[in-house]
Design a protein around this ligand. Sequence first.
Ligand SMILES: Nc1ncnc2c1ncn2[C@@H]1O[C@H](COP(=O)(O)OP(=O)(O)OP(=O)(O)O)[C@@H](O)[C@H]1O
Ligand SMILES: [Mg+2]
Length: 309
Amino acid sequence: MKTKAFSIAKTFGLEGIPDELTVQGYQEGTPFVPRLDQHYLFRKDLLSDLLAWHMLGGTEGLYLTGPTGSGKSTLVLQVAARLNIPVHRVTAHSRLETPELIGHYALVAGSMSFVDGPLTIAMREGHWFLLDEIDLLDPATAAGLNGIVEGAPLVIPEKSGEMVTSAPGFCFIATGNTAGSGDQTGLYQGTLRQNLAFLDRFWMVEVGYPEMEQELSILTRVVPALPEELRKGMIAFATEVRKLFVGGQVEVTLSTRTLVRWAKMAEFFRPLAAQGKNPLLHALERALSFRAEPESRSALAEIAQRIFG
Ligand SMILES: Nc1ncnc2c1ncn2[C@@H]1O[C@H](COP(=O)(O)OP(=O)(O)OP(=O)(O)O)[C@@H](O)[C@H]1O
Ligand SMILES: [Mg+2]
């Protein structure tokens, strides 16, 4: 694949960066390049972490950690979408075993042949490999990937020990709600404490929820037709709910994912206003409140009442 230098400022829509600062990507896309989201807002600090890692060759793994719906997976996918980098994405779970990643024998056109798994394809082709929810993985399975994270060749025992060396461009990226040291909050059921030697092979990046100003810009991009006052009210609502959540007063919180869902629904349900219903509250129930306990629901309704009247 032919490479191409992309201007960082232009490609990621950032201000205050010299135009001549570039990053390498590919000239053309392939079916494995993620779909581009026009509304995506790049956060300068996170983007610079990801690009620094990419520019240094991505020879070590990259581990993005942070609460649910804060933008970990989409950051990776949207950077790849703009640089035309093909990505193989797998979501981990406790029963995921190495053959699912490496490949297995299967009946193909009447005979048994070895079908490469996503990790093997990414290594052969020099693509990015994204393992989401890595902290759900059995630590022993994860530790089995130690060598690959550092760029060592992959050995396929089922194919008489065939050795696959990673092509230039291959990178291993992981995301997780915990930093791999277990979950102290009890919110992320199923996450496991990971092997220290495995974690030692990654650059760590923390992805928290965006700042208020950034979330406001995200909403402006996603639902430009929604009046600004309402968008600001939604952010104010999110801020209050997050505070209550941190204080242990409600058991649900608003991720950026939920905020975006709420905004899209509110826009969609706007015609309900003609029937005397409040589209914003109608959407809020469906985006968030219906999964809250009864007491929390009334707390959420009170905040909404105060902010939106
Ligand atoms: N910077 C952003 N610009 C636009 N939308 C965003 C941004 N960050 C997050 N979102 C919205 O939040 C949603 C969730 O983001 P994403 O899937 O990246 O979260 P995550 O951190 O990987 O969550 P999880 O831990 O649950 O996998 C996205 O689909 C998008 O709608
Ligand atoms: Mg994710």
